[in-house]
Design a protein around this ligand. Structure first.
Ligand code: F6P
Length: 547
């Protein structure tokens, strides 16, 4: 299958949006709201249990219509259909992109290369459920007969950020008798800290690597195995204390993990789109198979919405179009993701990989330099912590930073008035960012004249509000799928492959060379630039090795 590269800048709607951008400097949120009582209602959408209010963005009805036209002209509907049909839309790796099959109901059918992938997905889910149930009930024991009390997930990137984020998000639904930790960094400190105080006889490692070739993961897993064997001695213990999640059965076997204890997935699941596959095994052990099923149902609801809703009333599409407007027409370099939920503390980091590894691309599908900016920098912190740190720059700084704020109407658990105060802050921040406070209001409030310029908040700073009922496994699935499809939609508009990640390769190759050079007195000659060579020599010297 060939996918024609049709990047946004070639589209007629793109030119119209450039026209709008020329005069967008005069758009004032205060004026837009004053001129239209129905603005909040017209620029918001309820679907799949989620309320999206995008009215506090620098948008008019005409701009939005042209953004929707842009999505149409870029062939979004066709690309969505191709993804759901299992076509190989990841062209640079010649792969289908079927994370949507991971949450398809058991009676759905999706045949790729002669295989019904939905049936395979449900086989793996059943195997995961049996394992998670055995672990949670104490039926799965360690080598010396003790029940497992600690679960350590070893993985990096998509094999870490997703399960970690979701585990933290759904901690109230987890079995608190089990202790979970996530080790990703190759810095030995990560594994040392994660295993500190744990009894190896009560500890299970889930080694998660799609490729089973990732150096960080394999090195951490090897050190974890040594830590186990140091106490337990018998190499047969590995079978009770290590399970693997991978697409590479041969690699798993040669590491010494019985393929019986391997949970598979497929090359049509991208790492950053994978925590609802076997990559979520640690999560399933924490929250149990039923809650995991709920999570998948939430994902699936959003998948169906994305697949069938018209572009103008499609949540992921609208979110993507707002992002495209700021990134490509108003010059924003970044987007702040601000969840007003402590449970979502890891959500911005998770989205960072999802957006930046997917869409941080400089060429289009045909290999030509893209004609526009691609992925914005994604960053953020949970509210209200950010308010006491970087919000100053959001309110009074000189950069345009569109904010995406996420809140829940009900807390998972009430604690006095905490939730009301949290939500008051959420709504107040969006209001302050949009409408600010001018010199007149400050003077009227008795602020000394000399202070007034320092205290003026200009406002007109855009926010998008995502409001959900309550943080549950289902709503988390809905929220994550919203962002997955938003990233895909942006990628279609930019004409890029959102599912490869070639840019991460070079650093890995160079690190391999330097690894040898740091250690080996036999290779003192260095052929790097003068800065890199000097750093290597300085390190060798400090570590007492021949310089
Ligand atoms: O280096 C980037 C990357 O390939 C990510 O795309 C991926 O999520 C991560 O490494 C981990 O890969 P694996 O699951 O194969 O160990």
């Amino acid at each position: 299958m060939t996918i024609e590269a049709r990047p946004g800048p070639n589209q007629e709607a793109w030119a119209r949006l450039e026209e709008h951008a020329r005069t967008a400097g005069s758009l004032r949120l205060a004026d837009l709201f004053a001129a239209d009582d129905g603005r909040a209602a017209r620029f918001s959408l309820d679907a799949v249990g989620l309320h999206l209010d995008y009215s506090k963005n620098l948008l008019t009805g005409e701009i939005l219509a042209d953004l929707v036209a842009l999505a149409e002209q870029c062939g979004l509907a066709e690309r969505v259909a191709q993804m759901f049909a299992g076509e190989r839309i990841n062209t640079t790796e010649d792969r289908s992109v079927l994370h949507v099959a991971l949450r398809a109901p058991a009676d759905a059918h999706l045949v790729v290369d002669g295989e019904d992938v939905v049936a395979e997905v449900h086989e793996v889910l059943a195997k995961m459920a049996a394992f998670a149930t055995a672990l949670r009930s104490g039926a799965w024991r360690g080598h010396t007969g003790l029940a497992i009390r600690n679960v350590v997930n070893i993985g990096i990137g998509g094999s870490d950020l997703g399960p970690l984020m979701a585990y933290e998000a759904l901690r109230p639904y987890s079995d608190r008798r089990l202790h979970f930790s996530f080790v990703s960094n190759i810095d030995g400190a990560a594994l040392l800290e994660a295993t500190d105080g744990l009894d190896p006889e009560e500890t299970l490692f889930i080694v998660c690597s799609k490729s089973w070739r990732t150096e960080e993961t394999l090195m951490n897993a090897t050190s974890a195995r040594a830590w186990l064997l140091e106490k337990v001695g018998d190499p047969a213990a590995v079978a009770r204390h290590f399970v693997a999640v991978s697409t590479n059965a041969e690699g798993v076997r040669s590491f010494g993990i019985d393929p019986e204890n391997m949970f598979g997935f497929w090359d049509w699941v991208g790492g950053r789109y994978s925590f609802d596959s076997a990559v979520g095994l640690a999560l399933m052990c924490a929250i149990g198979p039923e809650n995991f099923t709920e999570l998948l149902a939430g994902f699936h609801e959003m998948d169906e919405h994305f697949r069938h809703a018209p572009l103008a009333s499609n949540l992921p599409v609208l979110l993507a179009l707002v992002s495209v407007w700021y990134t490509n027409f108003l010059g924003a370099q970044s987007v702040a993701v601000l969840p007003y939920s402590d449970y979502l503390a890891a959500f911005p980091a998770y989205l960072q990989q999802l957006e930046m590894e997917s869409n941080g691309k400089h060429v289009d599908l045909a290999g030509r330099r893209v004609g526009c900016d691609t992925a914005p920098v994604v960053w953020g912190q949970p509210g209200t912590n950010g308010q006491h740190a970087f919000y100053q720059a959001l309110h009074q700084g000189t950069r345009l930073v569109p904010c995406e704020m996420i809140g829940f109407v009900h807390p998972v658990e009430e604690l006095g008035d905490h939730h009301d105060v949290l939500m008051a802050n959420l709504f107040a921040q969006a209001e302050a960012l949009a409408f600010g406070r001018d010199a007149g209001a400050l003077a009227a409030a008795g602020v000394p004249a000399a202070q007034i310029p320092h205290r003026v908040a200009e406002g007109n700073r855009p926010t998008t509000m995502i409001l959900l009922e309550r943080l549950t496994p289902r709503s988390l699935g809905t929220l994550v799928a919203l962002y997955e499809h938003r990233v895909f939609t942006e990628g279609v508009i930019w004409g890029i492959d959102s599912f490869d990640q070639w840019g991460v390769e070079l650093g890995k190759i160079l690190a391999k060379t330097i690894e040898g050079e740091l250690e080996s007195p036999a290779a003192p000659e260095l052929a790097h630039d003068s800065s890199t060579s000097a750093l290597i020599r300085r390190y060798r010297d400090a570590r007492g090795r021949p310089v």
